[in-house]
Design a protein. Structure first.
Length: 317
């Protein structure tokens, strides 16, 4: 009874995207192991196992969670069906004997629904976590949200591949470059705002504002206010990384900050990690973020809740 109640508390993962491509192209990219493993973040390798006529198709899969840490499992296709209404369906079961895997066993399906402009491609699946109560806790608050996001990100990566011709390997590299640039940019502003300005109220920072004519007490307040603004901008950079304005602001602000610092004390430009050199680094990060913003996969773009009634995931194995 308790196991059934826990299972009811788990919400199956649902992801849906619209792909402007022929249904045959979507089918091949998702059903052929060599193509599937190129775009699906959840699987590093997928290999079909030999099968006799009439038997379900089994396959093995493996994912590298961290360097030197790979978990794998086994899956079984439940059948591929062409329906009279033109839709297609593919179901599977999967399980992992590896005790390091939080996934014990699961089941799900893919649906391919033709539309006027392509294919409505969706999945719904569920799995039973292992490791007892600890596994249920980790799955609910960490693994399942991350796994759902990885599915959505992968679906958008597939969409970009089939619609725009962007190879999955390139879109992955672009997404990594963008994330690194945004993280570096936000990290610089957060550190520069919180540590030398809000926390330490660095004497050199105060001296710059004194050089511009402010009394020391007011200069200290201004330094703290600027630090708080920089920290807030760091948060905004991450929260609005899909917009252009944080990176445009960062590029535009760097020359102004360097000129202002030089006006207060020209000698500051010859010191290590001075405003000019730091400004070049920040502007470069902002430029990379701008250049990689468009055309990258997003885990936020696909739907995460079904807009209509979808079949339930069958009973787990």
């Amino acid at each position: 009874m308790k196991a059934n109640r826990t299972a009811r508390q788990r919400r199956p993962i649902y992801v849906e995207t619209r792909i402007n491509a022929p249904i045959e192209r979507v089918w091949d990219a998702t059903q052929q192991p060599g193509q599937h493993q190129r775009w699906d973040l959840r699987f590093g390798t997928i290999s079909y196992l030999p099968r006799a006529d009439g038997e379900p198709q089994r396959f093995t899969y493996a994912t590298t969670v961290a360097p030197g840490f790979t978990v794998g499992g086994t899956g079984e296709s439940l059948g591929d069906r062409d329906r009279p209404d033109g839709t297609r369906w593919s179901g599977l079961k999967f399980w992992a004997a590896d005790r390091r895997s939080i996934i014990d066993a699961g089941a799900g399906y893919w649906r391919y629904i033709p539309t006027d402009d392509g294919v409505r491609f969706l999945t719904r699946y569920d799995y039973r976590p292992r490791w007892g109560r600890a596994g249920e806790f980790v799955d609910r608050w960490a693994f399942r949200p991350i796994f759902g996001w990885a599915t959505a990100w992968s679906f958008d990566r597939l969409r970009l591949w089939l619609e725009d011709g962007t190879p999955p390997e390139r879109s992955r590299s672009q997404a990594i470059s963008h994330a690194v640039a945004v993280s570096g940019l936000a990290g610089v502003f957060a550190y520069q705002g919180l540590v030398p300005k809000v926390w330490k109220v660095d004497g050199g920072e105060v001296a710059i504002w004194q050089g511009l004519g402010l009394p020391r007490r007011r200069a200290r307040r201004v330094v703290r206010a600027v630090g708080a603004a920089e920290a807030a901008f760091a948060v905004a950079t991450v929260a609005r990384s899909n917009k252009r304005w944080p990176f445009v602001v960062a590029v535009a602000a760097m020359p102004a900050l360097a000129i202002g610092a030089a006006k207060a004390d020209r000698s500051i430009l010859t010191k290590a990690f001075n405003p000019a050199s730091l400004g070049v680094a920040v502007a470069s990060l902002a430029g990379v973020a701008l250049a990689t913003k468009e055309g990258r996969p997003s885990g936020l773009r696909p739907l995460r809740r079904a807009p209509d009634l979808q079949p339930d995931v069958e009973e787990l194995p």
